[in-house]
Write a protein that binds this ligand. Sequence first.
Ligand SMILES: O=C[C@H](O)[C@H](O)COP(=O)(O)O
Ligand SMILES: C=C(OP(=O)(O)O)C(=O)O
Length: 448
Amino acid sequence: MTENADTTTGGNTWRDLPAAQQPEWPDQEALRDVLAELESYPPLVFAGECDQLRARLGAVARGEAFLLQGGDCAEAFDAVSADQIRNKLKTLLQMGAVLTYAGSVPVVKVGRIAGQYSKPRSKPTETRDGVTLPVYRGDSVNGFAFTPEARTPDPQRLKRMYHASAATLNLVRAFTTGGYADLRQVHAWNRDFVRSSPSGQRYEALAREIDRALRFMHACGVDPEQFKAVELYSSHEALILDYESALTRVDSRTGQLYDVSGHMVWIGERTRQLDGAHLEFASRIRNPIGVKLGPSSTAEDALTLVERLDPDREPGRLTFITRMGADRVRDRLPELVEKVTASGALVGWVCDPMHGNTFEAASGHKTRRFDDVLDEVKGFFEVHHGLGTHPGGIHVELTGDDVTECVGGGDEIFVDDLHQRYETACDPRLNRSQSLDLAFLVAEMYRS
Ligand SMILES: O=C[C@H](O)[C@H](O)COP(=O)(O)O
Ligand SMILES: C=C(OP(=O)(O)O)C(=O)O
């Protein structure tokens, strides 16, 4: 990984095209200085790791594995703490254990983590009490506080994003390889949770079964060291193209471009224009790519995306993350899956049951009903079962903290509870208990 991308290698071809959702940086010279500095920074991930994830996602596309992709809606600089990172990781590990054991399927684990600092928004401004300011676009761009100073885009934040991502990834790597994620720790991940929550108790029963299975395998001669480390990859929306481009490097092994800001990047629903800069950027890099498909997506859109992003029809290169809404998934998804499958492309199909199910509660909180989330996943499974295709995974906004942002779940959160711990900077996330509930229910759907 030696050289930066330049015009001759194609890493900047997106600059000639319209780029949606980019910040209006007030000081272009300051932006240029920051980008030059970012270009000199070391990669956050290696090209070989991206290749490995592409191979794992190939198994997802072929129907041999299931993708669990989850994490914050918007990571925040002041949440880069050991406790918060560990809690998120713990939730993903517990969900992974449930899906692997109860769903009997290998699970590819990818965090919305170590780079998910930028948010596309519905409107460019926000008005409160007659005062209008630029909308919050994520910690990589501006501050959450409703003041003109905080809301002014500041390119120095891009450097903070890099450093926050590096610190997070460093801890994730330590946790996943240093023993904490050892499968023999299935009980330890639940220790703080088992007494306080029904899903924690249900998990405990499953953990006892996993324990027994591990002891059995050990007795059969399987080396327990095999359970010690877990693969967990990073992902985020490749939104701020100046940042992603500054972290795009030529892989010295192959001469190809990789965006080394994360293992997998995705293009969001608001930036997937077929003639737009985000698609052009993603088409030039070798990372595994996700594309969100909302209810307005047509089969022609999906086929063009396949043509642009996966011309070699390589399983694992392209994952479609559908987010239709519970009321539309059964109508909108079949045609997309059918036509893409008929074209011969082998993409991964993953369900994001969050983004099509958001509504505003009377209290003004943006929220989602757990039952809608579940219903969208059910619809997703029904469609794939009907077509004989593979329901390849879920993509969820979640946190390991005990927040009250989505309503419902086994340990029920009511609309009147939302104010208690509503901590998200953008969209509502499932808390740990709701995340585990979802994992159990998805595992049942997968098995049946
Ligand atoms: O996470 C997704 C989007 O950034 C988010 O849903 C946009 O929210 P908004 O409609 O409040 O701008
Ligand atoms: C913005 C997001 O989703 P979408 O593009 O599907 O709206 C997201 O996943 O953060």
